[in-house]
Design a binder for this molecule. Sequence first.
Ligand SMILES: [Fe+2]
Length: 131
Amino acid sequence: MSLIEWKDEFKLGVPSVDHEHQELIELINSLGELMAAKGSYQVVVESLGEIYAQISGHFALEEKVMRDSHYPLYEDHKADHEILLDELLDIMDNVEDDGSYDAGALATGLDRWFSEHFGTHDAKLHHHYHR
Ligand SMILES: [Fe+2]
């Protein structure tokens, strides 16, 4: 089960950021596969933990790129990163509290969570680099 499809329009043109975006999508999709294979909830919690760790590192890189280039929408974009990380923690807490997971709800939640940021904040960043 592919949760997120890589699209070329996700490309920022900053190789390190693009590379990490692709890796993140792969990681999220491998969670989709774990769920499709009815992986235990512990395995899913572990996978979410990995996603969280990679994503916070990735956001830090994106923020550095933005700061270095004096990106005008930096504050806004960074604020959304913080919201996203909080939401991801909530998603993880829910799975942990329940001791089980709802694959459909988790897939929808993660896709919306990721795609919206990609489609808005990262897209603006993309346009900024392609002016
Ligand atoms: Fe971002």
